[in-house]
Ligand binder design. Structure first.
Ligand SMILES: Cc1cc2nc3c(=O)[nH]c(=O)nc-3n(C[C@H](O)[C@H](O)[C@H](O)COP(=O)(O)O)c2cc1C
Length: 192
């Protein structure tokens, strides 16, 4: 897969073949890509909590908010749920400001997953207090982002934001997921 294919393949997927097993070794490999990624001041304050077993997966699943714009969908049903998760934590003993590093690490993890034929979704919308309590995550760790991973079961089609300006993703009757992207012309600006 060349770089452009990888970028195109690296969509947010929310339905998976749940029976597809992702081994702990694979999760470690993905964290290895985050490990080698850029970090502000090379401080490396991120830690990674892994889950690839049914019980942990179920606990994490209960605390995620799925697809804000799909109002009549409560998230994937049993059988279509993620096979694994990586929860990115910020170790405040090392540093308190981690947000930019989190995004970079998450993208490395998801590009790595896409290169292996896997896919996933980042979750910023998380019941952090609930997750902290159930997974016994100590107070000193921030919980900025959770990544769900699996073998994608859905097709995601990229479109362009039209003159209506609508950026909400949507699903058609075949459950194909459509994501409007703003045009390059809209993104690139100049000031004279
Ligand atoms: C920082 C961040 C947080 C996100 N949080 C959520 C979330 O809580 N729930 C969710 O379903 N999707 C979440 N997403 C996925 C976005 O909705 C998705 O990236 C967007 O719809 C564009 O689709 P694409 O990733 O396929 O390009 C998040 C994405 C990012 C970058």
């Amino acid at each position: 897969m060349n770089f452009e294919e990888l970028i195109l393949r690296n969509r947010s997927y929310r339905r998976f073949y749940e029976d597809f097993e992702i081994k702990a070794e694979v999760l470690k490999k993905l964290v290895g890509y985050a490990r080698l990624s850029a970090s502000s001041g090379n401080i490396q304050a991120l830690k990674f909590y892994l889950s690839a077993d049914r019980e942990r997966n179920e606990t994490i699943f209960r605390h995620l908010r799925w697809a804000f714009y799909l109002k009549d969908w409560d998230g994937p049903e049993i059988g279509e749920r993620p096979s694994a998760y990586i929860i990115i934590l910020g170790d405040t003993d090392i540093h308190a400001t981690i947000e930019l590093d989190v995004g970079i690490a998450a993208q490395s993890i998801l590009l790595g997953a896409a290169s292996m034929g896997l896919g996933g979704c980042m979750f910023g919308s998380v019941d952090r207090a609930g997750l902290r309590k159930e997974l016994h995550i100590p107070k000193k760790f921030q919980i900025p982002l959770t990544i769900a991973l699996g073998k994608p079961k859905e097709t995601v089609v990229l479109g362009e934001v039209d003159s209506s300006g609508k950026i909400e993703y949507w699903r058609d009757e075949k459950m194909t997921h459509h994501v409007p992207k703003r045009s390059l012309d809209e993104l690139i600006i100049d000031f004279k």
